[in-house]
Design a protein around this ligand. Structure first.
Ligand code: SF4
Length: 685
């Protein structure tokens, strides 16, 4: 059995560099690379055959040549040397990032430490961004001197080194140095390749590692594989394959600079060697299964971000994909560079492949919409509650947007109540459930109402489980009628009867409360069968008669205001909502025909409290008792006592519950007020 690593072959940076140079070959330009483009002699030979010459230094390159900077990158000094010359910079973006880190921290005064091979061109280039002053460590037992231990260190890694090796060196440095800033700059392509080599080699009798002998990352793969599988070979082409007996399990991986064609040749040769006959095409497909079809969804790597499109490396497929700006995101205000950057991994949908033109058209929006549709379908099946923003009002309802999917919510399902102006919902965020789905027409219908109704039902059940007479609630006035106010006390409505709303006599609830008011109420009566609840609102301590009882005593002289006249006397307000009666015989010290002969409405007078009956809410007052009796009269009175004061038997209350008593010897008083509309029973529907 042969196992070929999926990560074998060109990495993103190398492919970008190789493609970049081959693209320029067809132009009229004379091309020179600064150092070998990649660590692979076969590729270098091919390029030389096409006129691409490799030089070791800038000074050697003729002036009429365009200079290619390879994926390894170069130091700042080389850019200075190239000033004024035509340059194609194919430095891998991951290496450029290290240059930025080193330059920035060197400028801030950090001592740069590079963990890697001091002779590797990438490390030489990195060192060129701190004036060549970096300390380069490639040994876990490196002795840190006192001078270095005192400095603030900024530690970076060569992109292709082994992760464990880097970790060990960093630990060693940290034992001695006080101030270290560590950047793990090992490339994920390298990490992934090393991880897969480790896994495959553990299960192989024989490992083949393909790549240039100069390639550092290929050598690392060899080391890892050899640790797990003693029979490991490092080869450059199939011609280097050992002529040995056959093996049962053969693993194959390749360095980042190894072209797919060389891997293909090796796999082909090995497939003839294995004990079990296997189809070469199938074997190679493990590595080279890069045919693309419309509708494929694949992970790609962003290799270039242009103003109007993004170029995506499709991981081994011969052409890069084109992702137009309007297929990248729904938001037209965003530029491609706002959404992705070079090196990002991005999942894309293959819209079309044109082999003839070498073109692959991609879409990200389509993929997002598909994912969103799948989410909608799953939500429908599981009855999940979704969140959506109402983006527009349409005929008969509104449209909610959830993760890029549009969901129609009919007007009657858009709220728990009737909404006259659907436009007023636009911009709000709602929770809803999918209640209908039409897969063929891709139509989805949602409902906010089903959620609200379920919540209401739950609240109601909870209420009825706990409700009992006397229980207090804070409720909100929902509506008013002539007979009272309906108050929401947490999912259910109760009625506060008009007589419960005030200690005063009122004609309509609106004199006391309005919709939206929050009231402290309690359950006066409850009927679980009919679901009717009567609520109490008035507080006993606010009863004006209770207040008056604590303040007024028989014999007190009170200031009061005449508020009403009756044939048998005048009513005077002692305090708000507490009136007393001044009987006609107690208004003056003489006989009068009617109260108006002496008093006027609104007049303020002093009167003496002559009798109190709190149970019946009756207060008797007398002005006459405060008028001094002339001496002569006093004598006369002694001889002929005055008529008994009938007022003591005539009292009146302003409390609406207390009826007027008729005066003795006085004609019955006419009804003072028009009858008040009779209120229905104090309960709620
Ligand atoms: S190994 Fe990583 S850092 Fe190096 S060239 Fe390839 S992608 Fe770039």
């Amino acid at each position: 059995m042969i196992k070929v690593a999926k990560t074998a072959g060109f990495c993103y940076g190398v492919k970008r560099a190789v493609d970049g140079v081959y693209k320029e070959i067809d132009s009229e330009k004379k091309i020179a690379t600064l150092g070998h483009l990649i660590h692979n002699p076969q590729v270098i030979d091919d390029l030389e055959g096409k006129g691409v010459i490799s030089y070791d230094s800038v000074s050697e390159i003729p002036k009429d040549y365009t200079v290619v900077i390879r994926a390894h990158g170069v130091g700042k000094n080389i850019y200075d040397e190239l000033e004024g010359r035509e340059v194609i910079d194919l430095t891998c973006p991951f290496v450029s990032k290290i240059h930025r880190i080193v330059s920035e921290h060197h400028d801030k005064g950090y001592q740069i430490v590079i963990v890697g091979d001091k002779n590797h061109p990438e490390v030489i280039g990195i060192n060129g961004w701190c004036g060549g002053e970096a300390v380069i460590i490639n040994d876990v037992n490196y002795k840190i001197d006192e001078n270095l231990a005192e400095k603030d260190l900024c530690i970076v890694a060569q992109t292709t080194i082994n992760r464990e090796f880097f970790g060990e060196i960093v630990q060693n440095i940290k034992k001695t140095c006080k101030s270290t800033l560590v950047f793990d700059t090992i490339c994920s392509a390298t990490k992934d390749r090393q991880k897969e080599a480790d896994e495959i080699s553990r299960n192989s009798d024989m490992m083949i590692v393909i790549g240039g002998k100069e390639s550092s990352n290929t050598r690392k793969l060899f080391e890892i594989s050899k640790r797990n599988c003693p029979v490991t070979y490092h080869i450059e082409t199939f011609e280097d394959l050992p002529q040995e007996k056959t093996y049962n399990k053969i693993g194959i991986t390749a360095g980042a600079s190894t072209p797919g064609s060389i891997i293909e040749e090796v796999v082909k040769a090995m497939s003839e060697n294995v004990k079990n006959e296997e189809n070469f095409a199938e074997l190679f497909a493990q590595y080279e299964s890069k045919t693309l079809n419309n509708g494929d969804i694949i992970d790609g790597t962003v290799v270039e971000v242009r103003n109007n499109e993004v170029i995506v490396d499709l991981g081994g497929f011969k052409y890069n994909g084109q992702l137009a700006a309007d297929q990248l995101t729904d938001d037209p205000s965003l530029k491609p560079s706002d959404v992705v950057k070079e090196g990002d991994t991005i999942k894309v949908y293959v819209v079309g492949v044109n082999d003839g033109e070498g073109k692959v058209v991609l879409s990200r929006k389509k993929l997002v919409a598909m994912e969103s549709w799948n989410k909608i379908k799953a939500a429908y099946e599981s009855e999940e509650i979704l969140e959506g923003k109402i983006v527009k009002a349409v005929k008969g309802g509104v449209i909610a947007l959830t993760d890029g999917s549009q969901v129609f919510i009919p007007a009657r399902q858009a709220s728990g109540r009737f909404v006259q102006d659907l436009q007023s919902l636009v911009g709000t965020t709602v929770n809803y459930k999918i209640i209908e789905i039409d897969e063929r027409r891709r139509r989805v219908i949602g409902s906010v109402r089903v959620i609200l109704e379920a919540e209401r039902k739950e609240r109601e059940e909870k209420f009825w489980a706990d409700a009992e007479v006397g229980k207090k609630y804070q409720g909100t006035v929902k509506s008013l009628t002539s007979f009272g106010a309906f108050v929401d006390i947490g999912g259910v409505d109760g009625l506060v009867h008009i007589s419960e709303l005030s200690w005063n006599k009122i004609k309509h609830p609106s004199e006391v409360v309005k919709e939206g008011d929050v009231l402290d109420v309690y359950i006066k009566d409850i009927n679980a069968e009919t679901k009717k609840i009567s609520l109490g609102f008035k507080k006993i301590e606010d009863n004006p008669w209770t207040i008056a009882q604590s303040k007024i005593n028989v014999g007190d002289v009170v200031k009061c205001k005449i508020v009403r006249m009756m044939p048998f006397g005048a009513f005077a307000e002692i305090m708000p909502n507490v009136d007393g009666l001044i009987h006609i015989s107690q208004i003056a010290d003489r006989r009068i025909g009617k109260p108006e002969d002496v008093l006027t409405i609104g007049e303020e007078v002093e009167a003496k409290v002559t009798d109190l009956n709190w149970d019946e809410k009756k207060i008797s007052l007398s002005i006459r008792a405060l008028i001094p009796v002339p001496e002569k009269e006093e004598e006369a009175e002694e001889e002929a006592p005055a008529e008994p004061q009938k007022a003591e038997t005539l009292v009146y209350s302003t409390d609406p519950d207390v009826e007027v008593e008729e005066a003795i010897e006085i004609e019955p008083a006419e009804e003072e007020e028009a009858p008040v509309e009779e209120a229905p029973a104090e309960d709620a529907e």
